[in-house]
Ligand binder design. Structure first.
Ligand SMILES: Nc1nc2c(ncn2[C@@H]2O[C@H](COP(=O)(O)OP(=O)(O)OP(=O)(O)O)[C@@H](O)[C@H]2O)c(=O)[nH]1
Ligand SMILES: [Mg+2]
Length: 199
């Protein structure tokens, strides 16, 4: 009996292979908190190297699925941020295994939404797959009238206890993707905490 061995060669393009194995910084947050605008701003400001005199905010549409954005980290390399649309909340956890750092965005002008955001944050922080990754909590839309303050978040939604009980190294930055407050600080955080090199 002759055993015929058939050799099959599957050619997978290198960029596809790379994207399968690279660990990324995930950007999560409820619908409309400003993730897409934030990433557009970070991408354009970091490549220009300036965080003042911003143009009018570009328009955005709700992200259905994921949105990959490269942020320039100077001459040597870029990092890739992966936004997950707010409507994908139930399946965010499927991406936690490939996550090397986590950015969680809250819209502090939307009091109705903040409590749900705190629950989503708690769920993420207690997921075993992200227990050792650095976390950045962005309190976005501080340009809006009457945004919630840190003290209000601590007293009303126990944010301090949520963060205090977490195993991760958590930083908090107040920001406005609209007028640019906090963007430079966010890029500094990325430089310190996100090591993945894509170019
Ligand atoms: N005033 C103000 N508006 C903002 C800010 N950031 C985002 N927006 C606006 O909020 C709306 C939603 O922004 P997106 O960036 O699309 O929100 P998103 O979090 O990506 O939403 P999904 O993709 O649906 O999860 C847009 O109209 C933005 O222009 C901010 O800092 N201040
Ligand atoms: Mg979006």
């Amino acid at each position: 009996m002759t055993l015929q061995l058939v050799s099959i060669t599957v050619i997978i393009p290198v960029p596809v292979l790379f994207l399968c194995f690279v660990r990324m910084t995930l950007v999560l947050g409820a619908s409309g908190v400003g993730k897409t605008l934030l990433l557009k701003r970070l991408s354009s400001c970091s490549s220009k190297g300036t965080y003042t005199d911003l143009e009018e905010p570009p328009s955005t549409i709700p992200t259905v699925g994921t949105n990959l954005v490269n942020i320039s980290m100077g001459r040597k390399h870029d990092i890739t941020l992966r936004e997950m649309g707010g409507c994908m909340g139930p399946i965010w956890k499927n991406y936690f295994k490939e996550c090397s750092a986590l950015i969680f965005v809250v819209d502090v002008s939307n009091r109705m939404q903040v409590s749900a955001s705190c629950i989503q944050l708690l769920e993420a922080l207690t997921n075993g797959d992200v227990q050792f990754v650095p976390v950045l909590l962005i309190l976005n839309k501080i340009d809006m009238p009457n945004p919630m303050t840190r003290t209000e978040l601590d007293t009303t939604f126990q944010l301090k206890s949520i963060l205090g009980a977490a195993k991760q190294d958590i930083s908090i930055i107040e920001a406005s993707a609209k007028d640019g407050q906090g963007l430079e600080e966010i890029v500094k955080w990325l430089q310190q905490h996100c090591k993945e090199i894509v170019g």
